[in-house]
Design a protein around this ligand. Structure first.
Ligand code: 3HC
Length: 285
């Protein structure tokens, strides 16, 4: 199926950059957030980003103007999805909220529209039955910062049609991304399963008082060649995301081992959610 129009739901950490990536690859894009502050921040970011890319010589001013024409930030889901061929959901990591949104979007968008979730952990079969088109509901998982990171994980749950997977893989490639296909649904997909191991160990070492978070980051970067240490990465992806993911897993399993680490709970409670709020493990003010 030919995909020309993409709607991104959620203009937060991931959504606004997914929207920009898509518009810069020639798609017509709408990006919606019901939170006016987040939407305004996204509009500002997009404007600055396009100007900076032109100033850096990485984008022509014609391409930047085209992107401005083809990208609309809107305040309602109705406006965003009415004509979309593909919807990419990038909202809070809570299953019940996602299910409610997918049920709503299912009623508002055309019958042919594919509904993808950018969830970091939640497999689409937990959401698909909230819609009347489970064969068109799948995972399409981008990485932060989405304008830079190349990987996209596409997951073919048992309910997903071959056509849906083909279309989503094609969109990812057209966006200049490198898609990988998971033939089975699994919690955390590939990357977050790998990342979780390092992150949990880093938090454990910190909670045990073995080293400071700065030194653990220094060790990961200089001993393993990671581009960022686990705490810098937590600040980038969001302490709130780590908290919600841990709580969601704990709610489901009932296993106390799945609860977020004491440090993550403390940071979440204090509102120190990372780069986006100016403070996480590090200070960004
Ligand atoms: N947003 C947009 N663009 C950014 C950016 C941001 N936050 N940060 C950097 N960039 C761009 C810069 O503009 C620059 O672009 P250019 O070369 O085309 O001019 C380019 O990235 C390089 O920037 P810098 O030289 O300033 O910085 P670095 O070379 O240190 O790269 C980085 C920054 C790409 C963020 C790098 O540190 C990195 O790869 N970090 C690891 C990120 C990572 O692991 N992400 C995955 C997280 S897990 C995840 O997302 C899963 C989810 O489910 C939680």
């Amino acid at each position: 199926m030919e995909i020309n129009k993409i709607a991104v739901i959620g203009a937060g950490n991931m959504g606004h950059q997914i929207a920009l990536s898509a518009v810069l690859s020639g798609f017509q894009v709408t990006c919606i957030d019901t939170n006016a502050d987040i939407l305004n921040k996204a509009i500002q970011f997009a404007d600055n980003y396009l100007t900076e890319r032109v100033n850096k010589g990485k984008l022509t001013s014609e391409a930047a103007n085209q992107a401005r024409t083809n990208l609309a930030f809107v305040p309602t889901v109705e406006q965003a999805v009415a004509e979309a061929d593909l919807v990419i959901e990038a909202i809070i990591e809570k299953l019940a909220v996602k299910r409610k949104l997918f049920a709503q979007v299912d009623k508002l968008c055309p019958a042919h529209t594919i509904l993808a979730t950018n969830s970091s952990y939640i497999v689409s079969s937990k959401i698909a039955d909230a819609t009347t088109r489970p064969d068109k509901v799948c995972n399409m998982h981008f990485f932060n910062p989405a304008l830079v990171m190349k990987l996209v994980e596409v997951v073919k749950g048992p309910h997903v049609s071959d056509e849906t997977v083909e279309s989503v893989m094609h969109v990812a490639k057209k966006m200049g991304k490198i898609p990988v296909l998971l033939h089975k649904e699994i919690y955390g997909f590939l990357v977050n399963r790998l990342l979780q191991v390092t992150r949990q160990e880093a938090l454990k070492l910190l909670d045990m008082g073995v080293a400071s978070f700065e030194d653990i980051d220094t060790a990961a970067m200089n001993g393993l060649g990671y581009p960022m240490g686990p705490f810098q990465l937590l600040d980038l992806t969001g302490v709130d995301l780590a908290y919600h993911v841990g709580m969601e897993k704990y709610r489901e399993s009932g296993d106390p081992a799945d609860r977020p680490s004491p440090t993550v709970v403390e940071k979440f409670t204090k509102g120190e959610w990372g780069k986006k709020v100016g403070k996480g493990f590090y200070d960004y003010e």
